[in-house]
Write a protein that binds this ligand. Structure first.
Ligand SMILES: [Zn+2]
Length: 266
């Protein structure tokens, strides 16, 4: 579970870094589509700070830029959709298969700026594209969670639940593995988060209690970093339990643009 692992670094990072008070900024940049050489103007990230790790999307273990709408690039001609960091880095040998996957793809309306097309619609196309890219389970688990997040934000609860159920199933499979590379404490947090967003608060709290008792373990981290990760996770878990029991439940962020990340004007 690599992308879950990748986040450990930031857990450690956030311990003392809440100082920066700048907004997320974007600026336009021209990209050439690898499929049809169409020129597109997409947004690239100018700046952001560690404050993104305290945004409410943490309750789905998702962080900027996956929570942001400009992150999903869409070619105006062939309708290729990728994460922004993949658009000009697609493996050449995969281009014919991607082209084929895009054959019947349409978008719901004409657009000038790619951000006019809802993220959920872009994610549906993206799913077709990445199906031919040999992504692992970990990648797909995160993808379904991302999909759940954006469907939630767009007030499409049924689609959001479908995506979150897929994510939860994959997390549970990973939890059952005896040898997982992902820290079990983190897997339990993610499992709890999906259960909470699927209205299973009892299951969510059980997972969180279990997570509190699970020592943070990860290969390659020294004692100091492990200690920081342990403390960082514990305070997140305690906060999550408190929030589930409160009248400000994390899942209420669905339908609300809770993160300050939708600077779509360009
Ligand atoms: Zn294109």
């Amino acid at each position: 579970m690599k992308s879950i692992l990748k986040l450990t670094g930031l857990l450690i990072l956030i311990a003392g870094l809440y100082s920066s008070a700048f907004a997320i900024t974007w600026y336009p940049k021209e990209f050439t589509c690898p499929i049809d050489n169409q020129k597109n103007t997409f947004l690239v990230v100018g700046s952001y700070g560690s404050y993104i790790y305290s945004y409410p999307s943490k309750y789905q273990w998702l962080f900027f830029p996956q929570t942001a709408t400009p992150t999903y690039y869409l070619c105006k001609k062939c309708h290729l959709v990728t994460y922004m960091w993949d658009f000009d880095k697609l493996p050449k040998e995969k281009l014919p298969a991607i082209r084929k996957a895009l054959t019947d793809v349409k978008v719901s309306k004409k657009f000038k700026k790619y951000t006019e097309i809802p993220v959920s619609e872009r994610l549906e196309i993206m799913e077709k594209v990445y199906k031919v890219l040999d992504k692992d389970e970990d990648w797909w688990e995160t993808f379904h969670r991302v999909k759940g997040y954006h469907y939630g934000k767009e007030s499409k609860p049924k689609k959001a639940a479908e995506a979150r159920e897929k994510s939860l199933k994959m997390i549970q499979t990973e939890l059952r593995k005896e040898k997982s590379n992902a820290p079990k404490k983190l897997l339990l947090y993610v499992s709890a988060s999906m259960k909470h967003f699927l209205n299973d608060d009892k299951g969510a709290i059980e997972d969180l209690q279990k997570a509190l008792k699970t020592i943070y373990a990860e290969r390659g981290l020294d004692a100091e970093k492990l200690k920081n990760a342990e403390q960082g996770m514990n305070s997140r878990i305690e906060d999550y339990i408190k929030r589930i029991k409160s009248d400000k439940k994390p899942r209420m962020m669905d339908k609300i643009d809770g993160d300050a990340d939708s600077h779509d004007d360009h």
